[in-house]
Design a protein around this ligand. Structure first.
Ligand SMILES: NCc1[nH]cc(CCC(=O)O)c1CC(=O)O
Length: 330
């Protein structure tokens, strides 16, 4: 007899698709581990799906996740799949992010009419984004643009630039969201991190369970480099005491350098804090390295601790440099 695992998801196309990918992978991993499970999907409506408030007003309150967490704690579901960038950095008592699967693209993407790139947009072009972080970096790169606050699911936002009633020249979205719903072909430019740093955790999913609950196959879904990158980025955000709506971007990358006794695991972390109107930008980077225990692998628990320290250290450096004077972090 196999156990039933109930997987909770928000109802949006993006949420259902990414939960579907995780559910499929969980089924395969559980069977491979010799503990097959029966998977059931449960739709949960969150405040983030129903409110008409602007994202910049919602702040880092976790409007997309509270209802899923309640369902986990109540035992209505066993597993919740979150976009990490929508997840507040504060730990949730009684819950654990048991797995972070391999990261999808962390970058932001421009979806523009007529195949336009950021540099190709005409003077004064209207570009839609609901995110203060994207708006600030967009205006820093192109002060002439008009940033328009938009909301809604991925399809709604794309239609503002490409639909029959389009009223914008372009929109900026997460490349990961478009990739997960099979719409990457709409991207006219993947924005280079030198132009736009993504939200901490963008492109990473967090699979949350009740602390101590055993979900067969779940351990196998965890991808160490993705967990390390997300940990560094989120530790930085937490130390800045910044919400997910703060104009703060961060991106970490994990590599193994050298070989034999010289091999090291290295994490590079970049951060940007930008004034909401793009007139001031503070960018900085830091890196850390740790031991490799053979064949390019490392002790994940140790490495996670190192990643968190790197994020905290970089946050303290940019606070010292005046990050809080450049933009409201909360
Ligand atoms: N705030 C909504 C949201 N949450 C996660 C993603 C994209 C997927 C991801 O980052 O994993 C999106 C859409 C977007 O920002 O365009």
């Amino acid at each position: 007899m196999s156990s039933v695992i109930r997987v909770g998801t928000r109802a949006s196309e993006l949420a259902r698709t990414q939960t579907g990918h995780v559910t499929d992978a969980l089924g395969v991993a559980a069977s491979a581990a010799g503990t097959p499970v029966e998977l059931e999907t449960v739709h949960v409506t969150t405040e983030g799906d129903t409110t008409r408030a602007s994202l910049s007003q919602l702040g880092g309150t976790g409007v997309f996740v509270a209802a899923l967490r309640d369902a986990l704690l109540d035992g209505r579901i066993d597993v919740a799949v979150h976009s990490l960038k929508d997840l507040p950095t504060a730990p949730a008592p009684g819950l654990t992010i048991a797995a972070m699967p391999p990261r999808e693209s962390p970058f932001d993407a421009l979806v523009a009419r007529d195949g336009l790139t950021l540099a190709g947009l005409p003077r004064g072009a209207r570009v839609g984004t609901g995110s203060p972080r994207r708006r600030a970096q967009l205006l820093a790169a192109r002060p002439d643009l008009e940033a328009v606050d938009i909301r809604g699911n991925v399809g709604t936002r794309v239609a503002r630039a490409l639909g029959p009633d389009a009223d914008l020249d372009a929109v900026v979205l997460a490349a990961a969201g478009l990739a997960r719903i099979g719409r990457s072909a709409l991207v006219t430019e993947v924005l280079d991190p030198s132009v736009m740093l993504p939200a901490p955790g963008q492109g990473v999913l967090g699979v949350e369970t009740r602390t101590g609950a055993v979900v067969p196959g779940l351990d196998a879904l965890d991808h160490a480099p993705s967990r390390l990158a997300a940990t560094a980025e989120r530790a930085l955000l937490a130390r800045l005491e910044a919400g997910c709506a703060a104009p703060v971007g961060a991106l970490a990358s994990v590599s193994v350098t050298g070989s034999g006794p010289d091999a090291r695991m290295r994490i590079d972390l970049d951060v940007v804090v930008a004034a909401l109107d793009g007139t001031r930008v503070l960018r900085h980077g830091a890196s850390s390295s740790g031991p490799v225990i053979g064949a390019g692998t490392y002790d994940v628990a140790d490495a996670v601790e190192g990643a968190a320290s790197l994020g905290i250290n970089l946050a303290e450096i940019v606070l010292e440099m005046g990050a809080a004077d450049i933009a409201p972090l909360r």
